[in-house]
Design a protein around this ligand. Structure first.
Ligand SMILES: [Ca+2]
Ligand SMILES: [Ca+2]
Ligand SMILES: [Ca+2]
Ligand SMILES: [Ca+2]
Length: 313
């Protein structure tokens, strides 16, 4: 009888859901680059596919709506867009108002390392026009009714597809980092939301993983803090971990209560002091009375496709 009970305990479905599925080695390129850009510091935004060990075809670093969704209006875009020197140069009247089904008009100011897709009350209102680098920033206006459900996919893009890394700092397989900061204003220009630890964030693609035993999984907690983030000359044999993305994750009805709280990171850690897409707009991103924090999941380096959510009452 004891053995029987033990068998039931270890076979609970909850444990199975928490476990990721892995792939090993590089993905195959299916799109050589979503954006063509010869701008300063541009990296190629390719997309790949790899079959995981459960036989499921995974798109890396993420399946995106870049080709079909509205591109967010530029604050600063060296990839053929406009490059404002400060927020005073912005004329909000020029920014299209996206319709998320409501009466009130809101404005969101966004900087993402590297790519975001923004849903409001379940409607995809804008995607990041520069998928990888150079670093850019955006302003999005939308009409919606409160409470406003905000759901954002954040992607730390990669060069070595399926291996969560790029050629950087003298290493061919250097794991890059992510980061997302945003400020939301109402029609009067008052700040009504900033990114901070009250948001929820969960990872769905974590790579590279040199040693799978480093991952600690506990309920909804997907902790890769014990995994190495060192760049290497050959990481082609490393693994990636995937969790299935719930199809309704962006809806206002989605229950994110078991997702971990977002983790905040300083500007220094994200490394934005030399990025004009950020520094030209510190009056927005570092507003003294409403200082938006960089957020991500617990691992800024290895978690590459994350979902973030909040509700503006
Ligand atoms: Ca971007
Ligand atoms: Ca990055
Ligand atoms: Ca800030
Ligand atoms: Ca990364």
């Amino acid at each position: 009888m004891r053995y029987f009970l033990f068998a039931i305990l270890i076979a609970t479905p909850a444990a199975a859901q928490d476990a990721p599925v892995f792939s090993t080695g590089p993905a195959e390129t299916i799109n050589p680059g979503l954006v063509t850009c010869s701008g300063n510091g541009s990296r190629i935004s390719a997309v790949g596919q790899v079959v995981d060990e459960a036989g499921v075809l995974r798109t890396v670093p993420a399946e995106v709506y870049f080709d079909s969704a509205p591109l967010a209006y530029d604050l600063y875009n060296e990839c053929g867009g406009q490059t404002l020197q400060s927020s005073t140069e912005l004329n909000l009247e020029n920014v299209p108002v996206m319709d998320a089904g409501g009466e009130e008009t809101f404005t969101a100011y966004i900087f993402a390392d590297n790519y975001f897709e923004l849903y409001v009350n379940g409607t995809l209102v804008a995607v990041d026009p520069v998928v990888f680098t150079p670093f850019n920033s955006n302003v999005v206006r939308f009409r919606a009714d409160r409470p406003v459900s905000v759901a954002i996919m954040g992607v730390d893009w990669e060069e070595n597809l399926g291996l969560g890394s790029e050629d950087n700092r003298g290493r061919a397989y250097h794991p890059g980092d992510g980061g997302f900061v945003a400020q939301f204003q109402d029609e009067s220009g008052a700040t009504i939301a900033i990114t901070d630890e009250t948001w929820r964030a969960q990872t769905f693609y974590t790579a590279p993983i040199a040693d799978r035993a480093c991952l600690v999984l506990q309920g909804p907690v997907r902790d890769s803090s014990a995994c190495s983030t060192e760049g290497v000359d050959d990481g082609s044999g490393y693994s990636a971990a995937y969790w299935d993305i719930p199809s309704d994750w962006m809806l206002s009805t989605f229950d994110d209560s078991d997702w971990p709280a977002a983790v905040t990171f300083t500007n220094d850690i994200v490394g934005v002091d030399n990025k004009r897409a950020f520094t030209n707009f510190i009056d927005l991103f570092d507003a003294p009375d409403a200082d938006a924090q960089f957020i991500w999941t617990s691992n800024l380096v290895l978690d590459n496709l994350i979902l973030m959510r909040t509700t503006i009452e």
